[in-house]
Design a protein around this ligand. Sequence first.
Ligand code: NAP
Ligand code: MG
Length: 500
Amino acid sequence: MREYKLFIGGEFVDAASGETIDTPNPSTGEPAGRVAVAGAEDVQRAVGAARKAADEGPWPTMKPQERSRIMLDAFEKIFAASSDISQIETEDAGHTVRMSNLFTVPYSNEFWKFLSDLGGRIPYTEKVEPYGFPTEAWEWVEREPYGVVGAIIPWNLPYMMAMWKIPPAVVTGNAIVVKPALETPLSALALAEIIAETDIPPGVINIVPGHGPTAGEALVTDPRVDKLSFTGSTEVGRRIMQLGSGTIKHVSLELGGKGPNILLDDADLDIAIPGSLWATYMHQGQFCTSGTRLFAPASLYDEVTARLVELAESLTVGSAEDFSSDMGPVLNQTQFGTIDRYVQIGQDEGAKLLTGGSRITEGVPEGGYYYQPTIFGDVENSMVIAQEEIFGPVLSVIRYEAVEDAIRMANDTVYGLSGGVWSRDIPRALAVARRIKAGSVWINDWHLISPASPHGGYKQSGLGREHGIWGLNQYLETKYIRVAQEATKDQKFWYQVLGV
Ligand code: NAP
Ligand code: MG
């Protein structure tokens, strides 16, 4: 069994309490690894190590190009570990082997590579338009790291989320303390083992899995943390914002979603049908950007639902470790219980269960929670199953008459993370896409975003944007510098005002 300690100040250490936890493999329920559990005291030590790295250097005062070079050198080691990390992500987080090897790990690695490179190329000074009133001056802006970043990440995409937080924070000169979810901490700690072997100085990156209410809150409330970057549920995001307000922390939040997927009547169904299932069933629906509300035109409703059901029923659900599995287990019993409860609610409120709706027990390992790919028809957008994030393989199909109605219902949600449109007519699809109130909108595609593009939510799906220049800027303070041009006191503007 893999065993990991906390990564603090460049060293692997036990928790002060000595506590450890076994993290289960979602496919089997068997332990995938054992990790030290950080308590408040350990988090405070990690913040201290990060503070030292941020205040005493050399990392923040190094040239950005130099930081970038060190991080790109580190990338060689990260890249070399790809298949090992993929294996860990499958064992610890239930990513199917196809998902972890083809998507999760190579895709996440691109974020390290691209953002480490971009961080060495962006200008850290900016011109200020000369203004001349009340006096001429030489003036410009310098972009500086905040200092210490506290990052909290969710269980569904542990490696991806670590790779979304660490590179942009660190290449811009910050030190970071990452608190992975205790459900799936292994890949972030495997990354720590690689980082320990690179030239990134001790204390710049610290990784401390622990319980949210203890370790998480210790990080969020620590006055030595300058900036918080959180990915998780809207409910916990709200709490992070409240707790961060005590010390006026800069907060960026990537939260939940209930992605509207609008199928126009000219869509190519050979792509739109599988595409809509990819939008919902990727990682068993445990994806923030999932397109869980499909708006189908009334004229095509019967054909669309029949084809969705046929394709959903053809999917192979099984152990994440089995190459033939299209879908794997859901995380654990709690997650299974939540999904099952929503499926009951859907039936109670009058939606029609077209397929799925039950746990699979035949032909799958006993200790895992496998859920049938599930589709509800006759869903009203106001129903609970269309309004709340289920975070499981459950698709709601909602009928519409006019495209106008589909757009209105699509936006009738507290969320605004993702959205999509399927059509053969790109200008028509674009006109619809522009009216969806969400941070990312796909046309004839879903889930994919590049490391160069901004990711984040409208409304209660979040604050701020990750990746690209937008993401790097989230980790940089803005300092205005003004150098006076006057040579003598009596040329001074303030001499005339105060007379000193
Ligand atoms: P969660 O319950 O909100 O937990 C997220 C993280 O916050 C975990 O590390 C958790 O720790 C920690 N936490 C919980 N309570 C806390 C508190 N009081 N103070 C500080 N930290 C606390 O979310 P999840 O169930 O792990 O993940 C699923 C959610 O993440 C979904 O809503 C999904 O949409 C969202 N998500 C969003 C994005 C995006 O980019 N917008 C990406 C992925 C996921 P423990 O659980 O270890 O106790
Ligand atoms: Mg696990």
